[in-house]
Design a protein around this ligand. Structure first.
Ligand SMILES: *Cc1c(COP(=O)(O)O)cnc(C)c1O
Length: 381
């Protein structure tokens, strides 16, 4: 079975991990700070906090922005559930903004409308979490311009976005966002097995995230109440979590990061080939113009004449492990119990009905891709 996504691990990655296992601290050694610095060097964000998943990162990003009970957080329905759950962890309410039918990112016009309504009703969100769907950056400048008059804070869920670009800067630069969260799950741009990071240009949010990811404890006398009692001393100053990334994982991340641009180039080449080879099939392909800076996390097509379940089954029968992204979050039973229902966000729902994610990862061979293309022609013709 050709999977829809897969990590690329080579001998240098394996050697980096073995080196930590043999010679260094397994956690809280030098690899995590090195990895954090490398993430800053790559994205040009000023600060990075490595964490054990993007889900943890989204949680502490919300907490760092002061999200709590009674607050409202907006995100998009076509994402992984973690994009919304983070607000629920903080006791906040969640609402969604529908997506643009062509980019599948947050719909700017829908956002403008919803902000107008919310402002009238006096129920504006504290935070908006945007998702760079499939690796394509949202229009962050437009989103910042719309939300700034209401002092709404912005988190980028960039789990799909590492290696992509927006306005000629790397996704993660935080030019138009308060915080940006990355994932290093094996199907994402680079992997640490499990892992993630929070990026920011704010010293205050950085300090908050560091505390929250480490039990709320600090050894920095400047952050303590009263004086340090000696070199052994630490204080817990807020309620935090153990969301640390280990040095073993960070070593893998550091090694992977050195290959990120090569991974993205490989993804771009494969995406271009799909676009050309599938052009005359009854499919809607990703819009070439808007996808220029994409990290190409996913290559998604929309079926226009066939039932998705049939095509999915036919491809799986032929060894092509296509997938579907995503079941709209608001239609999950947990969110339906909070009052959401079918019809609330029609564009995301319609996209979900027809969407199919084709295999795309750096090590997908030309022969494998040719096979996927051939099977699509066979089934859709
Ligand atoms: C993968 C993913 C997450 C969660 O990442 P983890 O590192 O597995 O916690 C969050 N948001 C989006 C959009 C994702 O694709």
């Amino acid at each position: 079975m050709i999977p829809y996504g897969k990590h690329s691990i080579d001998d240098s990655d394996i050697a980096s991990v073995i080196d930590v296992l043999k010679h260094q601290f397994l956690t809280q050694g030098t690899m995590v700070p090195k990895f954090e610095q490398a993430l800053c060097d790559y994205t040009k964000a000023l600060y990075a906090v490595a964490v054990n998943s993007a889900t943890s990162g989204l949680h502490i990003a919300c907490l760092a922005l002061g999200v709590g009970p009674g607050d409202l957080v907006w995100t998009v329905p076509n994402s992984f559930v973690a994009s919304a759950n983070c607000a629920r962890y903080c006791g906040a309410d969640v609402d969604f903004v529908d997506i643009d039918p062509s980019t599948h990112n947050l719909d700017i016009a829908a956002l403008a409308n919803k902000l107008g309504d919310a402002s009238h009703k006096g129920r504006l969100p504290k935070v908006l979490i945007v998702v760079h769907f499939a690796g394509l950056s949202c229009d962050m400048q437009a989103i910042r311009e719309l939300t700034a008059p209401y002092s709404i804070l912005l988190i980028e869920d960039a789990a799909h976005g590492l290696g992509g670009r927006y306005q000629n800067k790397k996704i993660g630069s935080c030019q138009y966002a308060d915080l940006c969260v990355l994932s290093f799950h094996p199907v994402k741009s680079i992997t640490t097995a499990e892992g993630g990071a929070v990026l920011t240009n704010s010293a205050v949010y950085h300090q908050q995230c560091q505390l929250l990811a480490k039990h709320g404890t600090t050894r920095d006398p400047a952050l303590m109440q009263g004086d340090s009692e000696g070199p052994w001393y630490y204080q817990q100053v807020v309620l935090g979590y153990n969301y640390r990334l280990s040095d073993v994982h960070a070593a893998l991340g550091l090694s992977q990061l050195s290959k990120l641009d090569a991974f993205i180039t490989a993804r771009q080449k494969l995406a271009l080939r799909y676009r050309e080879a599938l052009a005359d099939l009854p499919l809607r392909l990703p819009d070439a113009q808007s996808y220029q800076g994409s990290a190409w996390h996913l290559f998604m097509v929309e079926l226009t004449q066939h039932a998705r379940a049939d095509v999915y089954a036919a491809l799986h029968q032929r060894g092509v492990g296509v997938n579907v992204h995503y079941i709209p979050i608001h239609l999950q039973p947990y969110y339906q119990r909070l009052g959401f229902k079918q019809g609330d966000f029609p564009v995301a729902e319609h996209f979900y009905q027809n969407a199919l994610t084709l295999p795309l990862y750096p090590e997908l061979s030309e022969d494998e891709q040719s096979y996927v293309i051939k099977m699509l022609h066979e089934i859709l013709r």
